[in-house]
Design a binder for this molecule. Structure first.
Ligand SMILES: [Zn+2]
Length: 237
């Protein structure tokens, strides 16, 4: 356990930073060490001893406004998380995402995989603006990555996902953000490890959509072909 504040001498945190400057990368960590670390220490020590056994793989966007552990009310050891631009599961082998799915399913034996998209997703906005076609055939790492979202673009033209009980949204970005979640679930099903477990009936896939403006989570309901709001759990009387 590092009780010594080793960050004091870290070059990332020059001692001459004026008090009025924006918080640096270590400001929050210092607060964590003071207030939160003592509370988490027993649980983290247990997890360090026993190893992790998360119940689910949670795939979401890298967007800073998305905070998976907050919206799922979960803590250390509960979510095996993959974050990338656009919460994409590439339809063709991508070593990073494919390795994470393989590890989660085959090694950690998760029983549940969630794909969580969100409103106002910059990746979806970029797709709508054709960013994946820019920069020529070679592209940049970003434009090449966005090409993994082309199936979602295709799908939204033909079968846009919608909120349950409502017509498809008139907002093209909202339509694509919703539809992208459903497409990524299909991409996941094609992953060999997931396909194997799906055949055995030992894995469940869930699509979520988080609306930032209302802090409301919606869940994809394949039966009703729509996203339903997740209602608060009512405490037992
Ligand atoms: Zn996003």
């Amino acid at each position: 356990m590092h009780s010594t504040p080793i960050t004091e001498t870290c070059p990332l945190s020059p001692p001459s930073v004026p008090a009025t400057a924006a918080p640096d990368a270590l400001t929050g960590i210092r607060d964590f060490q003071r207030h939160t670390a003592p509370l988490l220490r027993p649980e983290l020590a247990r997890l360090a001893r026993e190893g992790q056994s998360p119940s689910q793989l949670f795939i979401t966007c890298a967007d800073s406004r998305m905070v998976p552990n907050v919206i799922t009310n979960s803590g250390p050891g509960e979510l095996f998380t993959v974050r990338n631009i656009g919460n994409l599961v590439p339809p063709t082998a991508d070593d990073s995402v494919f390795a994470a799915v393989e590890y989660a399913v085959d090694v950690l034996n998760v029983r549940h995989i969630t794909v969580c998209g969100h409103s106002g997703c910059g990746a979806m906005q970029s797709l709508l603006h054709g960013a994946h076609r820019r920069d020529g055939r070679a592209g940049t790492p970003l434009t090449r990555w966005l090409r993994h979202g082309q199936d979602s673009l295709h799908r939204v033209r033909h079968t846009p996902a919608r909120f349950h009980g409502r017509p498809p949204s008139t907002d093209p970005l909202e339509r694509l953000c919703l539809t992208n979640v459903v497409q990524q679930l299909d991409n996941l099903r094609a992953h060999p490890s997931v396909a194997r477990r799906a055949e055995l009936g030992t894995i469940r896939l869930t699509g979520l959509y988080f609306e930032l403006t209302t802090a409301q989570t919606y869940v994809w309901s394949p039966g009703s072909r729509g996203f339903l709001p997740v209602r608060p759990r009512v405490a037992a009387a």
